[in-house]
Write a protein that binds this ligand. Sequence first.
Ligand code: NAP
Length: 316
Amino acid sequence: MTTTPFGPEGWTPDRLGSRAGRTYLITGANAGAGFQAARILLSKGAGVVMLNRSAERSAAAVADLKAEFGADAAASFVRMDLADLASVRSAAAEVLATVPRIDALICNAAIAQVPERRLTPDGFESQLGTNHYGHFVLAGMLFDRIEASRGRIVVVASLGYRMGLRTINFADMNWEEGYAANTAYSQSKLAQMMFAYELQDRLAAAGRTGVGVYVCHPGSSATSLIATSGGRLTRAVWWLMTKTPLVQSAERGAWPEVMCATEDGLELRALYGPTGRMETGGPVGRGTLQPHATDKDVMARLWERSEKETGFVWQL
Ligand SMILES: NC(=O)c1ccc[n+]([C@@H]2O[C@H](COP(=O)([O-])OP(=O)(O)OC[C@H]3O[C@@H](n4cnc5c(N)ncnc54)[C@H](OP(=O)(O)O)[C@@H]3O)[C@@H](O)[C@H]2O)c1
């Protein structure tokens, strides 16, 4: 069931007042929905620190943002390759040394539909390693700073969590058998959601309720996601789809993540995103959350497995 408590138009950036003095961290913000989220937040006077893998693309994005919002716009970047846990650790250390306040960490970056099985430098299947394990360690390393700022963690998920196995393939997390691009992507996005819901539970159990953890998705949005990591056929199909009304703009795709980073009164055990046809577009509000995403046994097991695989143990 979907609800749009923000009226028929759903949530829009018009609801946002001044964000002066606030700082938002966005992973993968040199392109797509992350870049648009940065634009919206900067337009409201916030500071934005982008955590991106390419220094060149980041410099270009910062230049574009300053051209739009003025040379004083507080847009900066820290280089971080989410696929490489050493890079994640050093980027988190740089953030802790240079960013005194984090109002929200928006876990936005991802790769998708990688046509053949690849491994990250740490030996993880590329989508699981980048999308889930990278953010798992990043959020854990920044958690105390986010808590001290009474900030939020926003996980940008995907309706793909409804596809594939609809659970975690614990026996073969890295798909040594039966790799398929969409199945592995779906597992990685489900893992990100389960991380968020399990974190909510762990924070509640520890009485540490100052950090809001929210989950959203951008619907179908015309970004560079498929062009960056998808195979040739997927790219061609997606390109055609972006020419139809089935796919909305990247800017609209950013609205759910900006809403989750800023709006008061949101529910924790929820999935936010477009609420129109098939929930791929339309007014932004609370969408349908299928129960397999909050399967407690799987969530708890995934958390333990993630700590073991990454070597990063959350201190809660
Ligand atoms: N677009 C959709 O229809 C759609 C649908 C469902 C969910 N989503 C989700 O929406 C989020 C935003 O994606 P998007 O559609 O805006 O895609 P996008 O345009 O490709 O943007 C993704 C961003 O992630 C960055 N990134 C990729 N791998 C990285 C790594 N190893 N380390 C650091 N950054 C990395 C990319 O950097 P580079 O520029 O260097 O590649 C880019 O800045 C993702 O979580 C995605 O799963 C999108």
